[in-house]
Write a protein that binds this ligand. Structure first.
Ligand SMILES: NC(=O)c1ccc[n+]([C@@H]2O[C@H](COP(=O)([O-])OP(=O)(O)OC[C@H]3O[C@@H](n4cnc5c(N)ncnc54)[C@H](OP(=O)(O)O)[C@@H]3O)[C@@H](O)[C@H]2O)c1
Length: 245
């Protein structure tokens, strides 16, 4: 299956609850739709209410279930209250996808204002930490769960004029591998996906959009990770488009 959203509903994740950050568009929207098509109920997290509602409606039209949570990852108290809502209304969190991320491409590190550094790190690295801190206790209580962090090939390679972004993704990789060891005894699996260029509004490079990875390619990998047989987990998946864009 290439590129497109799986249109048929299955029941592989029936009864499960998935929280997806950055679900308003791009990769997060594709992951949300894919997990919903597998029967999970999705909590769609982002700041833009109307875009979240659009994704929610698309999921409902395809026969799935999603709720919206308008939230800024920079705001710790909003994350704490989201976790409280998940606990009181859904009593579980089976899957957490830390996907939301930003980049300030094209600026050398020494030109980058420190406020931009803080916002970038707050979104890309502190955000996942706060989401895990808020929601992993529900997984620990259930002795089950899967956390997937969306990193980047920039978390493995140098990225001139994107040093802060690269640092956030190298950091996210380190966080993921270390957290995986902390949560293994609780039967919780933690994975990271590192895609190359994906065809979303994220970067305005002049690469050929048709040759880039599609958001659904990343969603396919998430689907694979969360349906892995219980005795194993995949630590990391690196993804590249077949044709160089
Ligand atoms: N596109 C690529 O080429 C590529 C390649 C490798 C890795 N990635 C990674 O993949 C992830 C998704 O990227 P994408 O291409 O789908 O980006 P995108 O289209 O720009 O979407 C980013 C999402 O994150 C949300 N978001 C941003 N800041 C937020 C905040 N402070 N609080 C809550 N939500 C926030 C946005 O929603 P709101 O604006 O409504 O909040 C949006 O839903 C990112 O982590 C990115 O680093 C992307």
């Amino acid at each position: 299956m290439s590129g497109r959203i799986q249109s048929t509903m299955t029941e592989e994740l029936k009864g499960q609850l998935a929280v997806v950050t950055g679900a308003a568009r791009g990769i997060g929207a594709a992951i949300s739709k894919r997990l919903a098509s597998m029967g999970a109920t999705i909590i769609l997290v982002a700041r833009d209410k109307s875009r979240l509602q659009k994704v929610q409606q698309e999921i409902a039209a395809a026969g799935g279930t999603a709720h919206t949570a308008e939230l800024d990852l920079l705001d710790e108290s909003s994350i704490v209250s989201l976790a409280r809502t998940v606990e009181t209304q859904h009593h579980r969190c089976d899957i957490l996808i830390n996907n939301a991320g930003i980049g300030y491409a094209g600026k050398s590190l020494i030109e980058m204002p420190s406020a931009d550094w803080d916002t970038l790190m707050g979104t890309n690295l502190r955000g996942p930490y706060l989401m895990v801190r808020a929601l992993a206790p529900l997984m620990i209580r259930a002795r089950s769960g899967h956390i997937v962090n969306i990193s980047s090939l920039a978390g493995h390679n140098p990225l001139p004029n994107g040093a802060a972004y690269a640092a956030s993704k190298w950091g996210l990789n380190g966080l993921t591998y270390s957290l995986a060891e902390e949560l293994r005894p609780h039967n919780i699996r933690v994975s990271v996906i590192a895609p190359g260029s994906v065809n979303t509004g994220f970067s305005h490079s002049n690469k050929d959009p048709n040759k880039k990875l599609q958001p659904e390619d990343v969603a396919n990998v998430v689907a694979m990770l969360v349906t892995q047989a219980p005795q194993s987990f995949v630590s990391e998946v690196l993804m590249r488009p077949t044709q160089k864009p």
